[in-house]
Design a protein around this ligand. Structure first.
Ligand code: A3P
Length: 343
């Protein structure tokens, strides 16, 4: 009776009455979500991940698997499409026609949302077979999807290395990191774009929960450092978002070398054009317009948002800037990890 799932749907305690009275938005919940902390670093994840953690960790890895991993909002989508095209002999036709969400299985997506959200989405789209199919697919555990996926399998994850399949480095991992101040601004916008998340109107409050390691997938620096420590492993490629923005062709060459692919200058130029911010923003295979159509994201928001570095300065006041400097300094003290934007 007192379990989270039962409490959430029990109208005697879940405050749905407040919604009926018009005090609360109907797509918000009083009994919201339960987060858990996993492992020695205490990574924050949705409670539902408990049911997936062992399946992910013990997953059978194929040497041909390709993982794209990152802390959220670090340029994952950009990296995913780049990696996929490089691996797929620059097959633009498929890249433009098969949504990235179908080309990659996303480990922890299905466990990031309550069942109630899935139900609401299914209900809102109940007359549209294609959308129902898509919703069922994105809520299906990735490990189940992967069992029958032909090689090479492409996998997206925001899990840190220690929570990924323990044999992941027997396959190939591309990890992308971004200045945390830009990533957090970007995450703040994303949270405010999603229909079923609690809106965070105050960026300062959001930032405070981030540095206190209360946001999903934090602690941020442990996440990045775990990958950085493996950067010289032959199956790990560590990238920075800032380098992709500064010199995309050289990042394309690094990824091509990593996967043993060779492309000429003309092919690289075409790929960089395909990956340019303006083209990416209007590319429906990667821009997540699909999740707007499913009712997950507000129609006037964008997943591919600004695509700049250093935009955080418009959001941080003097006090937050000083706090961020101290936080970064403390966390970089025991490592040679340096972000291009901090040199
Ligand atoms: P902003 O919100 O700062 O614009 P992820 O894919 O990990 O969620 O990261 C999203 C961030 O990458 C967003 O940052 C998005 O705009 C940016 N991004 C996506 N595609 C990009 C591209 N082609 N060029 C530059 N930035 C891109």
């Amino acid at each position: 009776h007192l379990s989270f799932e039962n409490f959430k749907k029990n109208p005697s305690v879940n405050y749905d009455l407040m919604k009926e009275l018009g005090l609360m938005y109907t797509d918000k919940d009083f009994i919201r979500k339960v987060i858990i902390r996993i492992g020695p670093k205490g990574y924050v994840l949705h409670e539902k991940f408990k049911s997936a953690a062992a399946n992910v960790y013990n997953m059978e890895v194929r040497s041909s698997d390709v993982f794209v991993a990152s802390f959220p909002r670090s340029g994952t989508t950009w990296t995913q499409d780049m990696v996929w095209l490089i691996m797929s002999d620059l097959d633009y036709e498929r890249a433009l026609n098969i949504p990235l969400t179908e080309r990659y299985a996303f480990f922890e997506f299905f466990s990031s949302f309550d069942d109630g959200i899935k139900m609401k989405l299914l209900d809102a789209n109940k007359d549209d077979e294609a959308k129902l199919k898509e919703i069922k697919l994105i809520f299906k555990p990735a490990t189940e999807i992967l069992e029958t996926t032909p090689s090479p399998r492409f996998i997206k994850t925001h899990l840190p290395l220690s929570l990924m399949p323990r044999k992941a480095l027997e396959a190939k991992i591309v990890y992308v990191a971004r200045d945390p101040r830009d990533a957090i601004v970007s995450l703040y916008h994303l949270v405010n774009s999603m229909r079923f998340m609690n809106l965070e109107h105050d960026f300062k409050a959001f930032w405070n929960t981030f540095v206190k390691n209360l946001q999903p997938w934090t602690p941020y620096f442990d996440h990045v450092k775990e990958a950085w420590e493996k950067r010289d492993h032959p199956n790990m490629l560590f990238l920075f978002y800032e380098d992709m923005r500064k010199d995309l062709p050289s990042v394309v060459r690094r990824i091509s070398d990593f996967f043993g692919k060779k492309y000429n200058e003309e092919e690289i130029a075409r790929l960089c054009d395909h990956l340019s911010f303006d083209n990416f923003k209007k590319n429906t295979s990667v821009n997540f317009d699909l999740i707007k159509e499913l009712g997950f994201m507000y129609a006037d928001k964008d997943f591919i948002r600004k695509g700049k570095s250093g935009g955080w300065r418009d959001y941080f006041d003097e006090e937050m800037t000083a706090e961020a400097d101290k936080w970064i300094e403390e966390n970089l003290r025991d490592t040679d990890l340096r972000f291009p934007s901090m040199q």
